[in-house]
Write a protein that binds this ligand. Sequence first.
Ligand code: ZN
Length: 273
Amino acid sequence: MRSRSLRKLQLSVLAMSLAVAPLTAVDTTARAEAPRRPIPPAAGATTGTAPPVPAATTGSAPPTAPRVTRPSAPPASSQPVPAAAPAKVVYLTFDDGPKATYTEQILKLLAAHGVRATFFVTGAQVKAYPEITRRIHLQGHSVQNHTWSHPRLTRVSAARFRSEITGTDRAIRARTGYTPRCLRPPYGAYDGTVKARAAALGKKLRLWTVDPQDWARPGTRTIENRVLNGVRPGSTVLLHDGGGDRSQTVAALPGIITTLKARGYVFHSTMCP
Ligand SMILES: [Zn+2]
């Protein structure tokens, strides 16, 4: 009898970890490049053979508990996840704008398809295009912080960090009436210091899980295919409305939206409550 209920418990634990697994995978894709290494025998002891860490993950790899099979219950922290990541939600994000023409074209397309998105703007672009910033907000999209001048935040002083973020906050607040809660570090470059400085300013770091490299202009079709092949429930897609010629991104958007809709996806902008 005892072994029967024990078995039942084991089965339900297994079911729980199976249910959680895909979500965990989605959550970590942004840092998928982080080298997986065994826990060093002692803190600080490194083998010296660790592969070079890409810039985007420098120092950010949390003392990752390696993925182990847990004999007992899954960690408490993973339990609320299923409720928070329900059906097929996808977050479209547009970086480096706003910019005349491209942002306006994107806004028109999003409105035509009834889709909401998140725009990670730079303070400099908000200053250059205040009316477009306002329009993004009025159309129901989220306007969030992408620094003032797009530096690598891993290389700036504390004072520069603060002015990059708070200056952009002020510019966004003047156009939308709210202070952004999220910060997307340029180039995805962050480390523990960046994280701590962002937190001190009330910001959460938001990266992405699908990067079609649209900024490199690989072709409309390629951008579309990369997004469609990469999206899973809960994905955050990185696109650009600023920083250069974004006509390919604009052209790829209708196909991305209609196909994802046909697959049952809904588009949310509320990644930064
Ligand atoms: Zn950027």
